[in-house]
Design a protein around this ligand. Structure first.
Ligand SMILES: O=C[C@H](O)[C@H](O)[C@H](O)COP(=O)(O)O
Length: 278
């Protein structure tokens, strides 16, 4: 574990210091499609696309950076690639801040030096996947069970590069049929909290996430996840976020509003890089 304490710089996303919500939702400017950073046989699998996006993102990593290491099947490829480049000596002096226990284990197994937000309150760059990305680069995250640590760590990062395959692009957050917006809640009277969440949005259905063992799924923070399925457009994201935060049993929701600075999308035709409009 690295132990140096870096100076408490200004928080890169002061709007994430609750309870003040972000005020604006920006739209993205899209840049050109570029060729894949790794040669693949066609047809490409979804995992190939995830790997392409991940490798492209890791090109942004420079020696000496404090890096947020994301969670999920796409971020997995990025963390592996960072480990590989460290071993080759192409990258040096990286500190990884893992966003989940699973990523922490992966980073340790790859020999990536790790630390935490207490020691490094400002990160240079974070790389992570997402479940949905809208045209303004707002995200839904947490379908893999991680969101709170991701939001804390990525909110403390100067840049958040999101890596997805093209199936993750949506017109509106919460609109993927049959797929949920995860909300982390305290286990105490979770049913009450779930009911409060349901009442916020017309036509919304909620259910508790169940793990493979048939018991309620527990996050890294020992909380539960309530899955929200929206019947209608959730409207203004900041208003929706604020309403959810006001429910006392809610720990955090899976919308990442105005946080991504870049989204790298891998598709059959190559890679598209979208930058947040300033
Ligand atoms: O809970 C999981 C995280 O938010 C993931 O980053 C997100 O679910 C995307 O995961 P994947 O890359 O596996 O689709």
């Amino acid at each position: 574990m690295a132990s140096t304490i870096s100076p408490p710089n200004q928080h890169p996303h002061p709007h994430l210091l609750r309870p003040s919500p972000p005020q604006n939702t920006t739209t993205a400017a899209t840049s050109m499609i570029s060729p894949s950073p790794i040669p693949f046989e066609t047809p490409l699998t979804q995992d190939d696309l995830k790997k392409m996006a991940a490798y492209k993102a890791v090109e942004l990593v420079k020696s000496g950076m404090v890096l947020g290491l994301g969670t999920g099947s796409t971020a997995y490829h990025a963390v592996n690639r960072i480990g590989e480049l460290l071993h080759q000596g192409t990258l040096k002096n990286i500190i990884g801040i893992p966003t989940s226990l699973k990523t922490k284990e992966q980073a340790i197994s790859l020999g990536i030096p790790i630390s935490d937000l207490d020691s490094y309150p400002v990160l240079d760059l974070a790389i992570d996947g997402a479940d949905e990305v809208d045209p303004g680069l707002n995200l839904v995250k947490g379908r893999g069970g991680s969101l709170l640590r991701e939001k804390m760590i990525e909110g403390a990062s100067k840049k958040l590069v999101v890596i997805v395959d093209e199936t993750k692009l949506v017109e509106k957050l919460g609109s993927s049929t049959g797929l949920s917006m995860p909300v982390e809640v305290v286990p105490f009277c979770w049913g009450y909290t779930a009911e409060c969440l349901k009442r916020l949005f017309r036509g919304c259905e909620v259910k508790l996430r169940i793990g493979g063992d048939g018991k309620p799924f527990k996050t890294d923070n020992e909380n539960y996840i309530v899955e929200m399925f929206f019947g209608e457009d959730i409207g203004d994201l900041n208003v929706a976020s604020d309403k959810m935060h006001r429910i006392v049993g809610v720990v955090e929701h899976g919308m990442f509003i105005d946080m991504a600075t870049t989204v790298i999308v891998a598709g059959e035709r190559g890679i598209t890089v979208k930058h947040k409009a300033l």
